[in-house]
Design a protein around this ligand. Structure first.
Ligand SMILES: *Cc1c(COP(=O)(O)O)cnc(C)c1O
Length: 416
């Protein structure tokens, strides 16, 4: 088997998931390898937005909270997400941003632990975790004087570090930069053996890799709506609370949407008896409806099928970069073994920023993460095998001709 474009074309022809791409609007002159950062737009999103804005809002006005079911959206769309992450529908709710949700869930987990053992004070994460996750945990621990101590431990020694002083472990399942997967089952099991709870951030996992939260007996999880779930820029995130923890789940942002009877308008807070206790205020209705449209794009497939395609895409990309550009200075940062890797591939290169700008200029859209990482995401719903070929072809051309070596590609943008 020779690795050429016609081989990639035949992979597309044989791909049972290929028709799913038609659900998305992707410009003809773009090879989109950044669905891990912002999912592509489902075609159905515009029609849904128009209907929500013109009919539900425009005509229905405030009646739509009941008549269009706005009030049930957080749980309804949470149920759609539950199907992708091995959770029960009643364990997941859509709300707020991932950053805010992390704060709520970490604080609730911590409170649950301190109630039984005040000496168990360590929140354990890893250095190089997604910045907002560390920042929110720093905020939480600094806010509570005499409270938790945030500690970070590198991934390779993290498991052993989980001891009886650890209250909560907070980890991102698929590392945002390297794409490295944590062993969710092993870490969760070790944490439970030591009496710790675990919060999994599924931002780069949901819709990208197989996740079985209840299968691994997970405690809590949060995740992002605008990456692989295709919810649109700034889509709300989600919260998972295992059924067994629900009764004790007590989060500090106890707004009226988390109340057992929001419209009783009582002075005192009493949490809802179900997953709604994870809510805070009024949901962003339009954004939540668009997230629902994003999740509809998963209706005709399974995470097992998507994962198989994702592995094939990332494997092909690595192989092509390494065989077609052996001396261009790219160093694979992502795990070589597919079962240790999410749906993205990172290569380090000293001129990474300029190379990525040159690629983007040609319509090959990945992204750059400081200091030197080119990151490529392979959303299996819409990335084709020929996209992989064509993007590596473009990269080769840019390297062979030193196209990247121009002042305009050194200009730093606010978002990289
Ligand atoms: C994308 C991402 C976030 C995003 O947080 P926002 O509050 O939506 O900005 C958080 N954590 C991880 C690990 C992410 O990948």
């Amino acid at each position: 088997m020779s690795l050429d474009r016609s081989h990639c074309l035949s992979l597309d022809t044989q791909d049972p998931l290929a028709p799913l791409r038609d659900q998305f609007e992707i410009p003809d002159d773009v090879l989109y390898l950044d669905g891990n950062s912002l999912g592509a737009r489902p075609k159905a999103a515009s029609e849904r937005a128009r209907q929500v804005i013109e009919q539900e809002w425009g005509q229905g006005l405030i009646r739509s909270w009941n008549q269009a079911g706005w009030i049930d959206l957080p749980r309804q769309v949470g149920g759609q997400i539950a199907a992708l992450i091995g959770a029960k529908p009643e364990e997941v709710v859509v709300t707020d941003s991932t950053s805010v949700n992390l704060f709520k869930v970490a604080a609730a987990a911590l409170k649950q632990q301190l109630a039984t053992d005040p000496s168990r004070r360590v929140i354990l994460s890893e250095p190089g975790n997604f910045p907002t996750d560390l920042y929110m945990l720093q905020g939480l621990s600094q806010f509570m004087t005499g409270g938790p101590i945030l500690e970070t431990q590198p991934a390779d020694s993290l498991l052993e570090r989980i001891g009886t002083d650890v209250a909560v472990v907070v980890l991102t399942h698929v590392h945002y930069k390297t794409g490295k997967l944590h062993d969710m089952a092993a870490i969760t099991q070790r944490a439970h053996e030591q009496g710790a709870l675990v919060v999994w951030d599924l931002s780069h996992s949901g819709g990208a890799v197989e996740v079985d939260l209840n299968g691994v007996n997970a405690d809590f999880a949060i995740g992002c709506g605008y990456k692989y779930l295709n919810g649109g820029p700034g889509a709300p995130g989600y919260i998972f609370v295992a059924e067994r923890h629900l009764a004790a789940f007590d989060q500090p942002l106890s707004g009226w949407f988390g109340h057992e009877a929001p419209f009783a308008m009582r002075d005192d807070f009493a949490p809802a008896g179900d997953i709604r206790r994870a809510l805070t205020g009024t949901p962003s209705v339009v954004a939540t409806q668009l997230l629902s449209v994003g999740l509809d794009t998963f209706a005709d497939t399974t995470m097992a099928e998507l994962r198989a395609k994702s592995v094939a895409l990332t494997q092909l990309f690595i192989e092509l970069v390494e065989t077609r550009l052996p001396d261009a200075g790219f160093e694979l940062v992502s795990p070589r073994k597919a079962d240790e890797r999410g749906s993205q591939v990172a290569f380090a290169h000293p001129e990474g920023y300029a190379i990525m700008q040159a690629l983007i200029d040609r319509g090959v859209i990945g992204d750059f993460r400081a200091p030197d990482i080119l990151r490529f995401g392979f959303a299996p719903l819409y990335v084709r095998f020929t996209d992989v070929w064509d993007s590596v072809d473009c990269l080769k051309d840019i390297m062979d001709n030193r196209t990247w070596d121009q002042p305009k590609y050194q200009v730093r943008h606010a978002v990289t």
